[in-house]
Design a protein around this ligand. Structure first.
Ligand code: SF4
Ligand code: SF4
Ligand code: SF4
Length: 207
């Protein structure tokens, strides 16, 4: 069976965060939980002064919308002590809430900050890939909500064929870590993963 994945077009994303809010609204998430997040990545850049004394900077900012990548080599599954975190035949990495004890190891292991422990519910929660919608022939709510059509969802191998091979840009980790099912069209000036070319400017918003 083909495994699904996400496509993110960084040349279209304006950082509006509609995707994140649509997901939070659809799943009735409290303010301290999010299945999708949008990073504002600010490049340090450098200042230069021209002959007339005018200063210019070559820095900039771009946005990265990210969720669980339903990885091919999921770190979260390796560390889960109960088998609650598992991979379905279609590639979806999901939490069996009956088995989850809320230890948070999946949260600590995931380089995408995807699973969170819902302390009230007592178990881990994360992006489900909106499979109820997908089974009904609809797109995930984050994909459907994006006004820029910057997100896509479908067969990962198809995205790899049609949209290129980039699977990581800063501030995301290198794809070697977990084999994410994610293909990215990089925005202009995108920095390589695991670089110190810039910083996450909206760190306070990230949960
Ligand atoms: S809704 Fe679309 S344009 Fe807005 S932040 Fe999300 S991916 Fe970017
Ligand atoms: S992004 Fe994190 S939670 Fe999702 S499958 Fe990969 S390691 Fe697991
Ligand atoms: S696929 Fe569904 S659960 Fe996952 S981030 Fe998008 S809206 Fe949220």
């Amino acid at each position: 069976m083909q495994e699904f994945g996400f496509y993110f077009d960084g040349t279209r994303c304006t950082g509006c965060k509609t995707c994140m809010l649509a997901c939070k609204d659809y799943y009735h998430l409290p303010s301290d939980l999010a299945f999708r997040q949008v990073y504002e990545y600010e490049l340090h850049g450098s200042w230069t002064q021209d002959a007339a004394g005018c200063w210019t900077v070559d820095g900039g900012v771009y946005y990265v919308s990210t969720s669980c990548q339903h990885c091919g080599n999921p770190a979260c599954i390796k560390v889960c002590p109960t088998g609650a975190m598992h991979k379905e035949d279609n590639g979806a990495v999901l939490v069996n809430t009956e088995r989850c004890i809320g230890c948070g190891y999946c949260h600590l292991s995931c380089p995408y900050n995807a699973p969170k422990v819902d302390r009230e519910a007592g178990h881990s929660v994360k992006c489900t890939g909106c499979f109820d919608r997908v089974r009904a022939g609809e797109a995930p709510i984050c994909v459907a909500a994006c006004p820029q059509r910057a997100l896509g969802f479908g067969e990962f191998s198809e995205f790899s064929r049609s949209e290129g091979t980039v699977r990581a840009i800063a501030p995301l980790p290198d794809e070697d870590a977990t084999d994410p099912h994610l293909v990215i069209r990089p925005p202009r000036h995108a920095a390589a993963p695991d670089t110190d070319a810039g910083f996450v400017a909206n760190r306070d918003e990230i949960v």
